[in-house]
Design a protein around this ligand. Structure first.
Ligand SMILES: Cc1cc2nc3c(=O)[nH]c(=O)nc-3n(C[C@H](O)[C@H](O)[C@H](O)COP(=O)(O)OP(=O)(O)OC[C@H]3O[C@@H](n4cnc5c(N)ncnc54)[C@H](O)[C@@H]3O)c2cc1C
Length: 458
């Protein structure tokens, strides 16, 4: 339903041009949801093509007090970009890679660049942008920065936060400013760029990003190993770290995930396997072969049942297919509701986290829990499947207990996906009253009228 005044819509049309403003129901509904499944409609959709247009739109929205919901590809899993009336500000038409500098190891991009496309361009030039969310084929760099996205390579290379040097932003009142630096170092004043990373569209709109690049590793080694138990797999990871090796990825699948995969690829999983690790190392060819051998020894000494080392790029794809296949395989299981969370615990607590999740499943007959994810950084994707519909109190009860497990082990509600709408009720439990009050005060300074992504995070 369009609740905006005709005169305001006319002004917006002038600000962005009629070709970049949409009010008809078909366009509105395209921007009414994200990957969380939550749906709520904007009053209009703007697709600006430059900073000037973003600035003019925000100035108008600020004057009128109209909410603005920034949006990249809408692949978020928490409802963070879902509009609630107001303006859906879609940044996907601002999708130019403006510069890739070898000398400064710096890229300047617009926020709507698709992450995977950026990585391809950067790697073509012998450079590397490590953050690799599984959604990289379609998500945007702006969305990645706003959620501080991570992926399998975070264990060695860190997350999006570690690659944001600075950015051009449009403030809630339409003013354009730069935060952060374009230099390798810079310590003047508070680090506003870092504050904006992970701010989920609540503090400012990113119109340009300055991203750090590193040299591309020369070689990668990939190893897949099956274990008789999750504890053996976790112990293998602990011994890899203890041996001084920092793997590039350390991905984990639990027994339920392997069962699920085995239904679709019966010969891929040994019968006695109850856990799987997909491990990668990278560096010079000599370092890779040394580290791969050491990683293999760690797996062997922790009761690995079977292992495979990729011989060529096709093999790499085959091994990764087991890891990548799990989400679609879970989706094909016949359950009415699936809630996928991304808790993170200190690495040493992983075995205990798995034990407590198993106990949780046993306590509640009706839930099936499958756990997989980035064990190398303690980040577990806990998938809870229910025969009940989404409104069932059982679901909220079980999910609250999943979060309690993470927090009681010194962990966090979210290692990757952020808070958005879905995890709002649990934020105070993790951060405490004082931190939430401070954060709300910061929000108030950046966005006095509360027009930027209202109703999210807090
Ligand atoms: C299949 C699948 C796999 C996924 N795998 C991962 C994963 O491995 N790791 C991971 O971290 N996430 C993952 N995600 C979640 C999601 O892809 C990430 O959160 C991603 O960073 C969102 O990018 P987006 O462009 O889709 O942003 P959107 O979903 O459109 O928006 C996300 C947030 O960013 C804000 N935003 C977007 N653009 C801007 C901007 N220019 N200025 C200010 N704020 C902005 C929005 O307001 C919103 O709060 C996955 C999602 C799916 C569907």
């Amino acid at each position: 339903m369009n609740t905006l005044k005709p005169s305001f819509l006319d002004a917006l049309k002038q600000a962005v041009g009629p070709e970049n403003l949409f009010t008809e129901p078909a366009s509105i509904s395209c921007y009414s949801y994200d990957a969380s499944g939550i749906t709520s409609y904007p009053a209009c959709v703007l697709m600006p093509v430059n900073t000037e247009q973003v600035s003019r739109s925000l100035k108008l929205a600020h004057e009128e007090g109209v909410p603005v919901f920034s949006r990249g590809a809408g692949s978020g899993r928490t409802g963070a970009s879902v509009p609630q009336n107001g303006i859906a500000l879609v940044l996907t038409r601002m999708n130019r890679i403006l510069d890739i500098s070898h000398e400064d190891l710096l890229a300047e991009v617009e926020p709507g660049v698709v992450t995977g496309e950026f990585q391809r361009q950067v790697e073509r030039q012998g450079l590397f942008y490590p953050p690799d969310p599984a959604s990289l084929a379609f998500c945007t760099l702006g969305g990645n920065v706003a959620t501080c996205a991570g992926g399998p390579r975070a264990v060695k290379y860190g997350v999006t936060r570690d690659y944001v040097m600075g950015m051009e932003v449009v403030l809630a009142d339409g003013e354009v400013m730069e935060v952060g630096v374009r230099t390798a170092k810079g310590v003047v004043g508070y680090d506003l760029a870092r504050l904006l990373v992970g701010s989920e569209g609540t503090l400012a709109v990113f119109s340009r990003l300055f991203l750090r690049l590193i040299p591309k590793p020369q070689a990668i080694g990939t190893l897949l190993a099956f274990f008789p138990s999750a504890v053996c797999a976790m112990n293998a990871i602990a011994s890899i770290f203890a041996s001084g090796i920092l793997p590039r990825t350390a991905e984990f699948l639990d027994a339920m995930c392997l069962k699920c995969i085995a239904q679709e690829m019966p010969h891929a999983v040994p019968e006695e396997a109850h856990a799987m690790l997909l491990l990668e190392v990278d560096g010079t060819p000599a370092a890779v072969s040394y580290e791969l051998e050491a990683v293999l020894n760690c797996c062997r000494s922790n009761a690995a049942l079977l292992y495979r080392i990729a011989e060529d790029s096709q093999d790499v794809e085959r091994l990764w297919a087991l890891r990548r296949g799990i989400s679609p395989a879970i989706r094909r299981l016949n359950y009415r509701s699936r809630i996928s969370e991304d808790i993170c615990v200190p690495r040493h607590s992983l075995p205990e986290a798995i034990t407590r999740l198993n106990a949780l499943q046993n306590r509640y007959g009706g839930v099936q829990i499958l756990t997989f994810g980035h064990a190398g950084d303690g980040n577990l994707h806990v998938n809870c499947l229910f025969q009940e519909g989404p409104e069932s109190p059982l679901i909220s009860k079980v999910m609250a207990e999943v979060f309690e497990i993470a927090l009681n082990l010194g962990g966090t509600l979210s290692g990757e996906h952020g808070i958005g709408l879905t995890k709002r009720p649990f934020v105070k439990r993790e951060l405490g009253d004082r931190a939430v009050t401070l954060m709300k005060a910061i929000k108030g300074v950046w966005d006095e009228k509360g027009i930027l992504n209202p109703g999210k995070v807090f």
